[in-house]
Structures are given as structure tokens and as C-alpha cells.
Write a protein that binds this ligand. Sequence first.
Ligand code: FES
Length: 295
Amino acid sequence: MYAGLLKFISADYLNPDSPTGVLKQMQGAASDSPISFILTSAIEHASLAGIAIAAGELFAGLGILFGIWTRFAAAGAFVLSLSFVLTVGWGTYPYFFGPDIIFMAAVLPLMMAGDGGYLSVESLIRRRVKQDLGINESSVNPLAVDKAIARRTLVQSGAAAGALGVAGLVAGVIGRKMNNANPTTNPTTNPTFSPSGKKIAKVSDVPVGTALQVTDATGGPAYLLQPTSGTFLAYSSICTHQGCLVSYDQAANNFACPCHGAQFDLASGNATRGPAVTPLTKYNVVVRGQDVYLV
Ligand code: FES
């Protein structure tokens, strides 16, 4: 629910030029996702897919939280989480840093067993319908009674789900209008160098003012930058909030995380916008001849 609301609130989410937008997120994930064939089609309708994802998250969250169509909502949340594991979370290293695996596990019992009638709006409605129909537990025609209860419960649960959905969307739209968060940047720090390590790129691969996607010593995703002539910086691409892959945003001069909007300073790796608070892991790099080494 939180993730869906954040997407509705974000001014960047549907912006095709934003590195935290759904289009760039899909394009970034398409290269190594095992379901890239689905992503490739979805990219053509990125805004529509983005709205569907945000609405799906919101409705699944509301359904689970309030106990309305719980199994259906939990199944939706499971499918959404699985799709995130297979796309934006696929490059997460180690894999268990990815939050979506936990979400899948968390909703699985609700998907299998429903809410059990506890803290559930649907069970309250069901009880009220029983009272309206004058039904007590010792009814002599359970099948007919069950059908009558199910029909009325479905109608009233649908109305409750619709009302909650509208309330959630209204909250999202209001939040979007009120969202004025601005990125900030921090001063610089310098890397330290040592004379051995793994060759990760040629100097000519990283023109001044650009960044290159590389892999670190363990094969994890990383960025190599040359912010000023002869200065090379390298960072892990793994967001320190919950493990999504950050994107390099040359225009904004930062790294941005597509999952929850964290931003990191290029010069220091420090988090300049939450929810992340820990800096990106910074690697030492050294230039030898025409090559750049991670040490
Ligand atoms: S994973 Fe949450 S902001 Fe990056």
C-alpha cells in the first residue's frame, strides 16, 4: 500500500526522462531479467503498466489490511512481488537483500487461508448479513443460507473495497499535489588508491562527466565515474535501503533509486534523500596506463 501510494505521489514515476520513472526502471531491468520478453512489451505502454502496478499495490495492500477479498488481494500482492523479484530485484546481490522475497513469504499464508475472520471487514459484513437475514448457526438449510449470505456479502464487500480504493486513490492524488521533495547534493570526498586489483574498464570507456556500469570484485553491479578529468570513482549500484539497483542521473548529478526514491551524491556516495540513510558502498580504483582497476 505504501509502495503504491509513493508511486502515485511521485512526480517522477510517470516521467519518461526520470531515472526513477517506471520507463527507465523497466528499460534498466529488461537487459538481464528472465522475463525480459514480457518487459519488452510492457515498455511500449510503460505509463499504463506503471499505473496498473501502483494501483495493484494499493488495492492489494488495502484488501489485506482491511480484510476484504483477502485471498484475492494476497494473490495479487504475491504476483506483484514475484514480478519485482524477476525484474528490478533480479540484480540484487546477495539475493536475500531483495525485499520482495520477504513480501512473497509474508502474503503466502493469507493467499492460502484467507483472513480467518479475524480483524476483517468482510467477516463483519458477513455477520451483519446473517443478522439481516435472521439466520442463526442452527439453520436447517445451510446450502441456501450460504448462498444468500455469500451473495449479500459479496455485494457489500465490493462496495467496501470500492470505497477503500477510491479513498486510497484520492490520498495518492492529494499526496502527489503536496509532494515538494527536492534533491540536494553534498560536498565531495576522495577515494584512496592501491596498486593491484581487478581491471574493470578502459579509461576511454568513461569520458569525463559520464558513468559506466561495471561489476565489482564479486560480480555485483557497480558504477564507475569520471567526474573530472583523471578522477575516477566507483560505487556499488545496490541501494542501501532495500537493495534495488540505483541509476546514474547525469542531469541531476546523482544516483537515484527507482524503488522508493532514495538519492545518493556522486562525489561521496552519501544518501541525500531518504529513505536510504547509509552511503553507497564505495570502491577504491586506480588507473594504470589506459586501464582502470578496482582495488
Ligand atoms: S531500495 Fe528503497 S530507496 Fe532504494
